[in-house]
Design a protein around this ligand. Structure first.
Ligand SMILES: CC(=O)[C@@H](O)[C@H](O)COP(=O)(O)O
Ligand SMILES: NCC(=O)COP(=O)(O)O
Length: 237
């Protein structure tokens, strides 16, 4: 069973739209876990456009499954993660003004920086993952950073899937095999959906966890949150 970690950024987007506390993020997270999610992912960006740093602190007290905090390891992010002590931290190299995450790490060029950051998180007992493109060389170089896992950036797969699923998944299979050979745990995420997740799960070996947010919340508008979470879990068995 591949674990489903639900990214709740978009719940916070809706909450922030009116400046109040509706929907209540903590209540929604409790419900998402009761519906069967096996993890909660958040991405507190520097501008706090959706998830706020305080949300991370509050969710630490609420999450009963696994809490995964994603972000670019700027000093404030590192301090927050070391304060909150989530189960997992996923390092993402996106710029502060990026509309969303849009690239994986160059694990060769950033090796010494990543080594230093990852060592601090591992010393604190936090499992580490780094966001990478489906490039076997970048995956192999990730091993030298000391990270325990990599997360494959799946936007390329989602974009190409409708026209040619077989071609779309090929780089991810190669990258997954490289992760297995390197002894790295394998996560995946970004733009995964009910439409494309089954084929990805079927074709990509060694997959431990997917984190899904945008599509899942959009699909839930029509199909209901509990129903959608269980539809994903059925596809991930
Ligand atoms: C790292 C990644 O691809 C996503 O987890 C990211 O958190 C999405 O961020 P937004 O919800 O801000 O688009
Ligand atoms: N790491 C990917 C994630 O948490 C959710 O990405 P998306 O499903 O919102 O694109």
């Amino acid at each position: 069973m591949v674990r489903l970690s639900v990214n709740v950024n978009k719940i916070a987007t809706l909450r922030n739209a009116r400046g109040g506390n509706v929907p209540n993020l903590l209540e929604v997270v409790r419900d998402i876990e009761s519906f069967g999610a096996q993890g909660i992912t958040i991405h507190p960006r520097p501008d706090e456009r959706h998830i706020r740093y305080q949300d991370a602190r509050d969710l630490k007290k609420v999450v009963q499954t696994e809490l995964n905090i994603e972000g670019n390891p700027i000093p404030e992010f590192i301090d927050l993660v070391l304060e909150v002590l989530p189960d997992q931290v996923t390092l993402v190299p996106d710029a502060p003004d990026a509309i969303t995450s849009n690239a994986g790490w160059d694990t060769r060029a950033n090796r010494s920086f990543l080594q230093g950051v990852i060592a601090r998180f591992r010393e604190a007992g936090i499992r580490t993952s780094i966001f990478v493109d489906p490039d076997p060389d970048m995956v192999r170089a990730a091993r030298d950073t000391g990270t325990e896992r990599v997360e494959l950036y799946t936007e390329g797969y989602a974009r190409a899937f409708p026209s040619n699923p077989g071609e779309a998944v090929k780089p991810y299979v190669k990258a997954a095999l490289a992760a297995g050979e390197a002894g790295l745990g394998l996560n995946a995420g970004h733009d995964l959906s009910l439409e494309n997740i089954s084929f990805f799960r079927q074709e990509v070996p060694h997959l431990l966890e997917v984190s899904i947010g945008h599509a899942l919340i959009c699909e839930s508008l029509y199909l209901g949150l509990e129903n959608v979470i269980n539809m994903y879990k059925a596809r991930l068995r």
